[in-house]
Write a protein that binds this ligand. Structure first.
Ligand SMILES: [Zn+2]
Length: 272
């Protein structure tokens, strides 16, 4: 049985939402260049795959994703000047998060989880969800309906140090420059190998960017690949490990945050 909202008719969607734990997971991505070897919608594909595994583990539905994201920044995504990168401004991003929170509350969701896959989105998602939950709470003072709690996270924060050591063997460049690098490329090799072209990886040293932003950007500061670190060490095996451990950690966090029963942890058990 599919966990994806896009696969369900409205009647089934309403039944599943009402009969389950009223949890909706919203994947959030971007349309952003990821170098010559990964597709533009890598972030949303990864967030959606994580969301699906999470939904199966904790019981819940995966909303149609927020496909576009906030502007790519030079120090975390290569920059918004690059062709292919197609971004929303902050007010649009905030508005989408706020509107969707209200929409899922209207459907009867009581728990929302935003699974972010694009570094730059986070604070604008936070703002939109904060505004909506405050509005719902103040409405809730006169009515018991539309009680909703939301959780926000970026999936890479659930990759533990042991996994980082195992995969990067001392060469971890930091999450901000993990753009089109080992993490995303390995996950894509595991999930969508047909969309990855390893022969096109540009094996360049990690980007050496200043500790400040310059606007307009100086395009020469972004490596020629558009990636901020090399994907040369990426592998399908690393992707599988990342997927299993990250979604297991995500599931535990969601269960803890919402005091859900740990019903099927085996589904995302790691091989170790
Ligand atoms: Zn990405």
């Amino acid at each position: 049985m599919s966990v994806f909202m896009e696969d369900l008719d409205a009647f089934t969607y309403r039944e599943r939402l009402a009969s389950g734990n009223r949890l909706v997971i919203v994947p959030v991505g971007s349309v952003e260049q990821h170098g010559p070897h990964l597709p533009l919608t890598t972030d949303v594909m990864l967030a959606r795959a994580m969301s699906a595994r999470l939904a199966k583990a904790v019981g819940g539905l995966v909303a149609a994703p927020i496909l576009y994201g906030y502007k790519s920044q030079q120090r975390s995504g290569g920059g918004n000047h690059l062709g292919g990168t197609t971004s929303l401004d902050a007010t649009t991003m905030i508005s989408i998060a706020r509107t969707l929170t209200h929409e899922f509350a209207r459907h009867g969701a009581e728990r929302l989880v935003f699974v972010n896959g694009h570094f730059e989105n986070y604070q604008f998602l936070y703002e939109g969800v904060e505004l909506a939950t405050a509005e719902l709470s103040s409405r809730g003072r006169s009515s018991t309906s539309q009680r909703l709690e939301a959780m926000l996270l970026s999936y890479w924060d659930f990759v533990d140090q042991g996994t980082i050591d195992e995969i990067y063997a001392g060469s971890f460049p930091g999450w901000d420059v993990e753009h089109g690098g080992v993490l995303e490329t390995s996950l894509m090799l595991h999930l969508h190998p047909e969309l990855v072209d390893l022969s096109r990886v540009m094996d360049l040293p990690p980007a050496d960017l200043p500790r400040y932003d310059l606007l307009p950007v100086r395009s020469e500061l972004t490596p020629a690949s558009g990636c901020l670190s090399s994907a040369a060490r990426a592998s399908e095996g690393a992707g599988q490990l990342l997927m299993e451990r990250t979604t297991a950690a995500l599931a535990r966090a969601v269960e803890d945050a919402f005091a859900l029963e740990r019903n099927n942890v085996a589904l995302v058990a790691t091989s170790s």
